[in-house]
Write a protein that binds this ligand. Structure first.
Ligand SMILES: Cc1cc2nc3c(=O)[nH]c(=O)nc-3n(C[C@H](O)[C@H](O)[C@H](O)COP(=O)(O)OP(=O)(O)OC[C@H]3O[C@@H](n4cnc5c(N)ncnc54)[C@H](O)[C@@H]3O)c2cc1C
Length: 386
């Protein structure tokens, strides 16, 4: 293994492995993968262990772990089921967004909801505002000491199970600068959720539309200044991008483990197929993709632990790792031959779970636009001697 783990990191990984061996057995995961339902009750032991609060500082009820360690733990969890892992990731990313953008009081209130064992969600996307996140139409109109929220948010991870949301709404007709962020308790009147998306993969993860119909929230629940919503969203996406890369690496690890084990057992022409050069090449490429991804993720997480925004690095990591993931899972299915496309074997699900990683948290096309824009700025600064 290229990445070196500390004793403490190994302990955490062992702990989550024991938890997942017991909670996310192949039978349980397969059952919910087939039904496409989010097994809310299955998160109780995760909440009890504080898995939804690992990177959150102790003063907010978390374990205060560095991002780099949290990433290793979640990568392990994603080996069992990435949909389960992303449910927890989306929760702490929403909380962390409030910590970054809001006041300590707001962060404490949000943490007090989540910490005892509740989900949170980040609601930015809309039917006509996907990649073009700045075109959000859902509105927040000031009414005395309140705002009135109206609009529809689509594809919201944890949308129907969350007790609290971070939502991005339009407060002025001023493009990106006209957006504002709010923390919104689910108990507020006027919030309803649509049907659970019947997705190709990540089927244990709840994804749905959330509707806001004259939802009244106090001005005190606005996160940061009016007009700061786009920045709140981008900062949150920087973080979630790094964490979805982590889950992608977990899927890769599982794909490699399953493929090597299968290739050692499966015989054709009286030989284990691992002896055939063409199969070896696929396995070697999978290992190369996994190890380079792990190093890249660790570097980005370490930069985040040092307080960097990782706009370019996060985009590079997400794009590289999730593109590599597609090749890895496709080759895993190939190594399994016909059995690879059977639901009786594990790699079929890994392939279905993987596709969305190139799409959410900003598609890989728009990540490349971000990377190029950041390069343009860097080189302009260099030329100007800044
Ligand atoms: C399972 C799942 C979970 C999600 N969870 C959340 C969540 O929790 N919260 C949330 O707010 N959103 C969430 N999303 C929404 C997700 O962020 C969007 O789907 C994503 O940003 C892409 O938007 P879109 O689907 O509208 O595609 P579009 O923006 O319509 O893109 C369609 C295609 O056009 C390309 N494209 C668009 N514009 C450009 C451009 N300028 N340059 C190059 N190519 C471009 C895209 O790359 C893509 O290939 C989730 C989505 C899924 C599928």
């Amino acid at each position: 293994m290229t990445l070196q783990y500390t004793q403490e990191q190994r302990e955490y990984i062992r702990m989550v492995q024991e938890f997942a061996d017991e909670t996310l057995t192949p039978a349980v995961v397969s059952k919910y993968d087939r039904s496409g339902q989010c097994p809310v009750g299955l998160f109780k032991p995760a909440f009890e262990m504080g898995l939804h609060m690992l990177e959150i500082p102790e003063e907010y009820g978390g374990a205060g772990l560095p991002y780099a360690t949290t990433a290793m733990i979640f990568s392990k969890l994603a080996e069992y089921d990435a949909g389960y892992a992303i449910t927890l990731v989306s929760t702490f990313v929403a909380l962390r967004s409030v910590m970054l953008a809001g006041s300590p009081e707001q962060a404490r209130r949000f943490a007090d909801i989540v910490e005892p064992g509740a989900f949170a969600a980040f609601a930015l996307s809309e039917p006509d505002a996907g990649t073009d996140a700045g075109s959000v139409k859902a509105s927040a109109i000031r009414d005395g000491d309140d705002y009135i929220l109206n609009g529809e948010k689509t594809f919201i991870t944890n949308g129907s199970i969350a007790d609290v949301y971070v939502g991005i709404f339009r407060t002025a007709d001023a493009g990106n600068k006209g957006l504002s962020a709010f923390m919104i308790e689910r108990s507020r009147e006027g919030i309803s959720v649509g049907a659970h998306e019947d997705k190709m993969g990540l089927r244990l993860s709840d994804t749905c539309t959330v509707n806001f119909d004259h939802v009244r929230v106090p001005v005190a629940d606005r996160l940061g200044e009016e007009g700061a919503g786009f920045k709140v969203a981008m900062n949150s996406l920087n973080l979630s991008r790094a964490f979805v890369s982590t889950l992608a690496a977990g899927i890769m690890q599982r794909a490699l483990d399953e493929s090597v084990a299968y290739a050692r057992l499966r015989k054709q022409f009286k030989e284990p197929i691992i002896r055939f050069e063409a199969v070896q090449e696929m396995l070697a490429d999978m290992a190369i993709a996994l190890e380079t991804s792990q190093v890249l993720i660790h570097n980005t997480m370490t930069m985040m632990d040092e307080g960097n925004l990782v706009r370019k690095e996060g985009a590079i990591t997400k794009t590289y790792v999730t593109d590599a993931l597609q090749r890895v899972v496709s080759d895993a299915v190939q190594v399994f031959g016909g059995y690879g496309v059977s639901k009786e074997y594990p790699v079929e699900k890994l392939m279905r779970d993987s596709k969305v990683f190139q799409i959410f948290e900003g598609t890989n096309q728009i990540q490349r636009v971000t990377i190029a824009n950041e390069l343009n700025k860097e080189y302009a600064d260099r030329e100007a001697g800044r």
